[in-house]
Design a protein around this ligand. Structure first.
Ligand code: ADP
Ligand code: MG
Length: 387
């Protein structure tokens, strides 16, 4: 990678950093509702070879890009000024300067094995790796949560994607062997051990390799629906809607029903998803704490049903992958990420993984769909310096 860096930029790199993609175990579309999420980092990562520059220029090259180097004056970075993939790293440098960090230019060479547009958060990995490298190159006092928040700002304001903070927090803060239990409102986090292998289990990731075009606008639409529902209910966020889980509210079902009765019909299932999904995250964390990993399966499948039937962000391909995986013996399965395509995770006994994978592949072939990409995922480390 160092040779490539020298070939492209004609200078010597200072170091190499990595930031991972992620899969979310449970807690989908809850982050922008001030709720709970439970992602793990993937072994797949964006690697960044970097050197600072003293002339205020930001030069960007991606091995997965179009073979051209993007050259930008840092002082002129502004939302809307950079098009294409370069907006992600440029947005992070812009956000650092906006936050008052005294940063200048750099030469940045990216190489990644995170599938892009597959719901595995290649965009967050691309952002977080830039922030991690800049932190070290410019000696910035940035904690990992601060990096996550700053990268979300870059994606929201500079790239123009209204995403929540989960992806960036996962890439910045996850640790090896653990799921990251994040309370988005409080910005508190806990590393929860995910010892699947000890119980003969693993996570199969099924990348459907479809991304429906309606996805971007639809994401903004469901997010706006959540905010409207919270406003109508007089709540700061849907995080504050009455829970259905036993113990979290004295009369949960009745209280929730009364709240939902005030809403326009189309918002009722939207709220129900967010409420039940937050409950599922808390239940999943309880189970992980007790080491009851198999019991996670039905929670995953229930989460998928909620995204499909209530929140309506799944699609035929992810529904098929979930159904085929469960029918072939997966303990549970769900779409992961924003929806409208992307990837599915399935919790499987290691002795069933091949069978489940083959069943999903066969179901896709029978439906005339492109072959899905399959891999098993372990909980990997968050952003780090490699060299
Ligand atoms: P996801 O984050 O789920 O992979 P997004 O649509 O949010 O999907 O982000 C994908 C975009 O991120 C790509 O279209 C591209 O612009 C950018 N991207 C991600 N990884 C790379 C890379 N290695 N090189 C260049 N651009 C990348
Ligand atoms: Mg993304």
């Amino acid at each position: 990678m160092s040779d490539e860096f020298q070939r492209i930029f004609g200078t010597t790199p200072t170091g190499v950093w990595a930031a991972p993609g992620r899969v979310n175990l449970i807690g989908e579309h809850t982050d922008y509702n001030d709720g709970f999420v439970l992602p793990i980092a993937l072994p797949h990562a964006v690697r960044l070879t970097a050197a600072p520059r003293t002339d205020g220029r930001l030069r960007l090259y991606s091995a997965q890009g179009d073979g051209r180097t993007t050259d930008l004056p840092v002082a002129e970075l502004a939302p809307g000024a950079v098009a294409g993939w370069a907006a992600y790293p440029a947005g992070v440098v812009w956000a650092l300067r906006e936050a008052g960090h005294p940063v200048g230019g750099a030469d940045l060479y990216f190489d990644s094995d995170v599938p892009t547009g597959a719901g595995l958060s290649s965009s967050a990995a691309l952002e977080v790796v830039v922030a991690a490298a800049y932190r070290d190159l410019y000696g910035l006092p940035l904690s990992t949560p601060a990096i996550g928040l700053l990268c979300q700002r870059a994606e929201n304001l500079f790239v123009g994607v209204p995403c929540g903070v989960m992806d960036q927090m996962a890439s910045a803060c996850c640790t090896e062997g653990n799921a990251l239990f994040l309370d988005v409102r409080e910005m508190t986090q806990r590393q929860v051990p995910l010892r699947l292998a000890e119980q003969g289990l693993e996570l199969l990731v099924i990348d459907t390799r479809v991304k429906h075009d309606l996805g971007d606008g639809a994401y903004a639409g469901v997010r706006a629906g959540c905010e409207r529902a919270a406003g109508l209910l007089g709540l700061r966020a849907l995080r504050d809607a009455p829970s259905l889980a036993a113990g979290r509210d004295p009369h949960p079902a009745a209280v929730l029903a009364a709240a939902l009765a005030q809403l326009p019909a189309e918002l009722v299932p939207v709220v129900r998803h967010v409420v039940t999904e937050n409950d599922r995250v808390l239940r999943a964390v309880e189970l992980l704490d007790k080491g009851e990993f198999e019991a996670l399966g039905p929670i995953l499948t229930a989460g998928h049903a909620s995204l499909r039937d209530d929140f309506r962000v799944s699609c035929a391909e992810t529904d098929l992958a979930v159904a085929a995986a469960v029918a072939a013996g997966a303990l549970g399965a769900r779409m992961t990420g924003g929806g409208f395509g992307g990837s599915v995770i399935a919790l499987v006994g290691v002795d069933r993984t091949a069978e489940v994978g083959a069943a999903v592949t066969a179901a896709f072939a029978a439906a005339g769909l492109r072959e899905p990409a399959l891999f098993t995922a372990t909980a990997a480390a968050g952003a780090r310096r490699l060299a």
